[in-house]
Design a protein around this ligand. Structure first.
Ligand SMILES: Nc1ncnc2c1ncn2[C@@H]1O[C@H](COP(=O)(O)OP(=O)(O)OP(=O)(O)O)[C@@H](O)[C@H]1O
Length: 317
């Protein structure tokens, strides 16, 4: 069920998102009884690099999945450049949002170049007929795609590996290739899910440089990462999710200074902790149920035959 009030594909009323590339509003995602993401608002503006952090299980990937059409949010709306996004990942990519995944998802038995070419499919418009007859229009489009893919391989430093099978690349280069493939769809916003996971310090520094270069080319970036140093050195703004709710959002300095963020990571209880109101509600309901049970039990035992009374009643003297 979705409470989205605007039809996907329709522009936001008025200016709506105020120039934001991404405008996620009131996003909630429930899995049965579990609320993985609760009423999260987040926007990303052109030229920004925004970080999304939070302890394990905070809902970061679920939120990404809601942005990219993998999940249909239970509630809330996601807009890209003021237009409500459809709930289909290929249409979201076509609209202008590309992503990478926490676990690398390359075509392992395809070459590096082929992987990037696959990423271009949302930007090629040649029909099946044109592809079958391999007419001049098709060949021109194919050449252009290959040129663009080679540009991306140069951009990511993979040009000498174009004919290598993706599965034979070292781990750091597989991550780069994922980014190159995502960029092949010419996104206005790139979502990176833990891009430095498992990387060496040198590879992490190279990834930081790559993300800065991506921004310099005009693509905004939203990045999930557990490496705090990477996030605080890279991002213009950071949002912190805790138990599915946005706890804090601000500059890296603001977020680093916020004691609640440290407490959330350490698992220390703190005032206003997300989920606290829900936990209090559950506790109150449990207490009320226990009290009701006591009353019922008390009612049944209201006049128990006290053995002492019985003994007294039994006296004849
Ligand atoms: N498809 C699903 N069905 C049921 N529960 C899910 C599903 N996906 C995620 N969850 C639950 O939602 C919560 C948030 O998970 P999510 O993976 O979004 O967190 P995360 O912040 O990305 O965690 P991590 O940093 O460990 O990757 C977790 O409790 C998780 O078990």
């Amino acid at each position: 069920m979705t409470t989205t009030t605007t039809t996907p594909g329709t522009p936001a009323p008025g200016t709506g998102s105020g120039g934001a590339v991404l405008d996620a509003s009131g996003v909630t995602m429930r899995f049965g009884g579990l609320t993985a993401v609760r009423d999260v608002n987040l926007d990303v503006h052109a030229g920004e690099i925004v970080g999304l952090i939070g302890p394990n299980g905070a809902g970061k990937t679920t939120f990404f999945n809601c942005l990219t059409g993998l999940y249909i949010p239970t509630e809330g709306t996601v807009r890209y450049r003021g237009t409500v996004l459809p709930h289909r990942s290929h249409l979201v990519t076509q609209a202008g949002i590309a992503r990478t995944f926490q676990n690398i998802r390359l075509f392992a038995n395809m070459t590096v170049l082929e992987n990037v070419l696959v990423g271009r499919h949302t930007r090629t418009h040649e029909g099946l007929f044109s592809a079958l007859v391999r007419g001049p229009r098709f060949r021109r489009a194919e050449r252009e795609s290959e040129e663009r893919a080679m540009d991306l391989l140069r951009f990511t430093g993979l040009e000498t590996k174009r004919e290598h099978l993706a599965r034979n690349l070292p781990y750091g280069e597989q991550r780069k290739l994922e980014i190159a493939r995502a960029l092949a769809s010419e996104p206005g916003l790139l979502l990176l899910d833990e891009p430095t996971a498992g990387m060496t310090a040198v590879e992490t520094t190279a990834t930081r440089e790559l993300v800065l270069a991506i921004r310099a080319q005009g693509t905004a970036v939203l990045v999930i990462e557990h490496d705090m140093r990477f996030i605080f050195n890279l991002c213009d703004r950071v949002a912190v999710l805790v138990r599915g709710e946005k706890l804090v959002e601000g500059t890296p300095e603001t977020v680093q200074r916020d004691e609640r963020v440290v407490a959330a990571y350490l698992g220390t209880p703190f005032e206003g902790e997300p989920g606290q109101a829900e936990a209090a509600e559950v506790q109150a309901a449990e207490e009320a149920e226990a009290a009701a049970h006591r009353d019922t039990a008390g009612g049944a035992d209201a006049h128990p035959p006290d053995p002492a009374d019985r003994r007294q009643e039994g006296r004849t003297d």
